[in-house]
Design a protein around this ligand. Structure first.
Ligand SMILES: Cc1cc2nc3c(=O)[nH]c(=O)nc-3n(C[C@H](O)[C@H](O)[C@H](O)COP(=O)(O)OP(=O)(O)OC[C@H]3O[C@@H](n4cnc5c(N)ncnc54)[C@H](O)[C@@H]3O)c2cc1C
Length: 371
């Protein structure tokens, strides 16, 4: 029987042939024109199908710098579903609907601007970016940092405080065209090439009321739910990275001369490699039920477990790939560079420490949910 994603993967591979995979915008355009973005969500829904998402991230990981895959990942897992849901529930015309259509065609790139310049990324309730909502206009002031696609986007989906109480209902989403007067963009160093990661500043940015995405007060709850899909995507992507690293490492160990044979013949080396295989199988096992499940966010607890497991598995395997490969790991584009960037799996979209604190709060649920 053919794989349910076989047609999708075949179309995806055709789409990616000949595209400059180091250029996130060119890649996004190709994914739109090739119908890949539209095909991610089956039956006209707003959420990506987990198997198609896994196929997309695996194919991108095999071809693109990590930063470019990140650029696509945040759009398909978080931005597009959030905007599409707002369009389904709200006005079918206007800037939000136009932006969704532009994204699906690959013409429009939208950044997700949540992490606030004025507060720790783990503590969104203290975010200081503020929206003043009036009848005829919305004004935005503040700043966001470490935003993927900041330097390459057409617009940013910005989480802003519209009420003062430190409560999850105090936040709204605004869709902010990057060319609006008062918006400034600065790149964040040279790490994560192709991701467009940068900082956004908003100084008295005046927007039309139709820049509001969804109902004010619902933004943080919606984000907390949707970030589960981003965490699943991260786990599926980190699985692909681990599989790619172990495949390359296995080939290299079998070819690397040592004593009478190759490095692969050393029991100690094989044991270290086998431990990595076990770690990957554990991550596979965590992802398996979700691959067969319906599109949409997993439970909060499952999302946090996935986030920690993905970060720790990729860290374990990337570290072992560096150590086993020795000096060769430091060649251009080698495992050492990948390991540094892959540390972002323990930070972006929720730091491991914060996830662990949340999981400890759910200890009774987790202990009670075993087989
Ligand atoms: C490559 C990359 C891309 C990113 N892209 C985006 C993007 O597109 N959009 C966006 O909005 N953001 C983005 N981010 C930002 C990212 O989401 C934040 O970095 C993340 O939420 C962590 O916030 P922080 O860096 O401020 O760390 P902090 O929240 O300051 O945390 C620092 C450390 O303290 C620990 N800690 C903090 N609070 C707690 C707690 N309550 N319990 C236990 N430990 C705690 C954490 O484990 C962490 O190790 C990106 C980051 C990176 C690295």
């Amino acid at each position: 029987m053919p794989e349910p994603t076989a047609d999708f993967t075949a179309a995806l591979r055709r789409t990616l042939a000949g595209v400059d995979t180091a250029d996130a915008r060119a890649l996004w355009r190709a994914l739109g024109v090739g119908g890949v973005v539209a095909a991610l969500c089956p039956d006209g829904g707003n959420q990506p199908d987990p198997r198609r998402l896994a196929a997309l991230l695996t194919e991108l990981d095999a071809r693109c710098p990590l930063g470019v895959t990140l650029s696509v990942c945040v759009q398909v897992a978080t931005v597009l579903p959030l905007l599409s849901e707002a369009t389904t529930a709200g006005p079918a015309t206007g800037p939000v609907a136009e932006t969704v259509a532009g994204m699906v065609r690959g013409e429009t790139v939208v950044a997700l601007a949540v992490t606030d310049a004025g507060a720790s990324g783990s503590d969104l309730l203290d975010a200081t970016t503020r929206a003043k909502l009036g009848d005829d206009a919305v004004t935005l002031d503040g700043g966001k940092e470490w935003i993927t696609n900041a330097t390459t986007c057409d617009a940013a989906l910005v989480l802003a405080r519209h009420r003062e109480p430190r409560h999850f209902t105090s936040f709204c989403w605004l869709l902010v065209p990057i060319s609006t007067p008062g918006v400034t963009v600065e790149p964040t160093g040279r790490a994560f090439a192709g991701s467009g990661v940068g900082q956004l500043r908003f100084d008295g940015v005046a927007l039309e009321p139709n820049a509001l995405v969804g109902r004010p007060g619902r933004a943080l709850a919606g984000f907390a739910r949707q970030v589960g899909v981003e965490r699943l995507a991260g786990a599926l992507w980190s699985r692909a990275i681990c599989r790619r690293l172990l495949t390359g490492l296995g080939k290299w160990l079998r070819a690397r001369p040592a004593a009478d044979g190759t490095l692969w013949d050393h029991p100690a080396v094989r044991e270290r490699y086998a431990r990595c295989l076990v770690a990957l199988r554990q991550l596979d096992a965590l992802c398996a039920p979700l691959l067969d499940g319906p599109p949409g966010p997993p439970s909060t607890v499952t999302g946090m477990v996935l986030k920690v497991a993905a970060a720790e598995t990729v860290e374990t395997i990337a570290a072992e790939a560096v150590h086993l490969r020795g000096a060769d790991a430091f060649r251009d584009g080698g495992e050492a560079a990948l390991r540094t960037e892959a540390a972002m799996f323990g930070i972006a979209g929720g730091a491991t420490g914060t996830m662990l604190a949340g999981l400890a709060d759910h200890a009774d649920d987790l202990l009670g949910s075993g087989p």
